[in-house]
Design a binder for this molecule. Sequence first.
Ligand code: ZN
Ligand code: ZN
Ligand code: FE
Length: 763
Amino acid sequence: MTLATAIRTRVRVEGTVQGVGFRPFVYRLAASLELSGWVLNDERGVLLEVEGPADGVEAFVRRLRSDAPPLARVERLATEPRPPMGGRGFRIVESERSGEPVAPVTPDTATCEDCLAELFDPADRRYRYPFINCTNCGPRFTIVRGVPYDRPLTTMAGFEMCEACRAEYDDPLDRRFHAQPNACPDCGPSLVLLDRSGRELPAADPVGAAAAALAAGRVVAVKGLGGYHLACAAADEEAVTALRARKHREDKPFALMAADLEAVRELVELTAAEQELLRSRQRPIVIARRRPAARVARGVAPGSPDLGVMLPYSPLHHLLLREAGATLVMTSGNVSDEPIAYEDADAFDRLAAIADLFLVHDRPIHTRTDDSVVRSVGGRAAPLVLRRSRGYVPESIPLPVPAARPLLACGAELKSTFCVAKGDRAWVSHHIGDLENWETLRSFREGIVHFERLFAVAPRKVVHDLHPDYLSTEEALAREGVEHVGVQHHHAHLAACLAEHGERGPAVGAIFDGTGYGPDGTVWGGELLVGDLTGFDRAGFLRPVRLPGGARAIKEPWRMACAWLVAAVEDPPPPATLAGAVAPGRWRDVAELARTGVASPLTSSVGRLFDAVAALCGVRGRVNYEGQAAAELESAADRSETAAYPLPLDGHGPMTLDARPTVLAALRDAEAGAGAALVSARFHNALAAATAAACERVAAAAGLDAVVLAGGVFQNRLLLERTSERLAAAGLRVLVPERLPPNDGAISYGQAAVASALDARGG
Ligand code: ZN
Ligand code: ZN
Ligand code: FE
């Protein structure tokens, strides 16, 4: 190489490029192309200079993007010519610790192929070591205590690397260069098996002993990445029944973990998209159609035609599944609706009455994260994310209008998340849970402090729901010295979906959910909005009915059947389909509440309409977990049925969807013995057709071409698919949630999108 032909280029790389092996990758790439220069990490990402023949430098820049390491995400790449300096060799310059870190923390990632090969290689020094990891895989978010992302600020701080591990960690050419959780059997965390009183059981091979206990029908608490799981053999009827009884969980399905794709295929039918999701590095729970021959105990998912399955995502899981040789139930380590246990002492307190044995390790978990849950949707590449947590968090999501001032958005109440944002980036928290007990509130508060530190966001604006009684609203308003902004619940749903697609609106939104605070003092939940990020008009809604007895109506769907029938026929007799479930006297009392409105607010909730239909056709009159009746009604539907009940639109004034004829038709069918499959299908068809027709009319009147479908009701795949198809056929652009859930898990991000847009407008 002669100086005359050499060029020098400076490259600035931004995105997820730290803690993911980016500098060693740059080093190897430069070395292979015989270029000289240097690379370093700074507060904005990676900065580097390379020098050499022009074609070599060009190839280098091209391959920076195309060949980047698996966990890296190159968002921006800017080059700048520099005068050649004629140096030799390429070096990695130590990090400059100035300025604020931008995105130092990546999500926890499933064990990579290289690590797996070592895990099962008897000649490897990490053979069967449950904590094997490298720059391309392993724990991240769950072990980070602070920034910069460096070993002393992770829960690995207490483990000093042995010489061999240290050498890997220091070698830019090694797969474990600066892999913060790097460890081996000599220096890293270890496993023990304990009984429920915390006594260590002498076992040379704790995993083998745990697997034997599982095979013998025991329940084992297993400490994982983001918390404790409760495990038992999935085919063991008695063990599953015992686990359900001890957990006080009546019907809500248990998730399963299967050893590999072959094993998953024996349980559920898998589309190509579902296989992709199962194998993705996020390793979510994928909900798929169960096979009739699946060898799974009845108690795993009572009343559901689906099963939620995941593949092993940590080395411990790989070892355990291989030893067990059978599919395991892997449900969250908690009692009933409490948050999942993640601290050791707390886990023993809470799980000792459930688990027979504890398989635990000494690497602390800093942040509790649940398994993420997804479902694939027909005709779409992106899945429906039902719970966004481990594997996805804390990846940032862009904001279409940058936040002029750093902000915090506190979200809603159920399926709560919060979100911090500055500039054009928003970080939505892991799934926190339902903000109704002290333990969840504590996670919420600590999570906010943690995120503010990790992403260096000092909020000057704090956003909340308009509901005055939400704990998240109280928390937001308790912050002093900041500006407070309230965002209407369904506007936040609309904004979240627009913003994750990089859009600002205006668009039409059909926002259907269970409950949201309406500015008119009623409970909203079936809203047709026309709006953008800064504001909205209510263009229509589901005809409101009473919520007889308030919150009790949510637990007892038969009350909603009663309210809808009262709205339709004034004094309805108790339907024959509910005869066994409701005493005539109680029916009369609730009908009276619905007529008079005593302790019974008006609601336009589509979620409650689903409850009413589910109760009428005998699916269920009472629920023991949120959304149960609607989920079972969807499952029951005969997908080949094409008929639909009437569901007229009333266009005088704001448009109303009048579901009274729908409910009456459902009742007639049900009393004639039509069965839930038919009633459910005809109801779904009616709602999809009416929603699409209403959106088309609103879009035409407003001159808009885009429709957002969001809100918890659109977790319903049948409704989502049928409504989208109709809208698309009418030439409208359909936007549905992809990166965030349709449910209230997206509210915090929607609030952030609204607040930043208002700020930019000077509002
Ligand atoms: Zn690895
Ligand atoms: Zn070591
Ligand atoms: Fe909602």
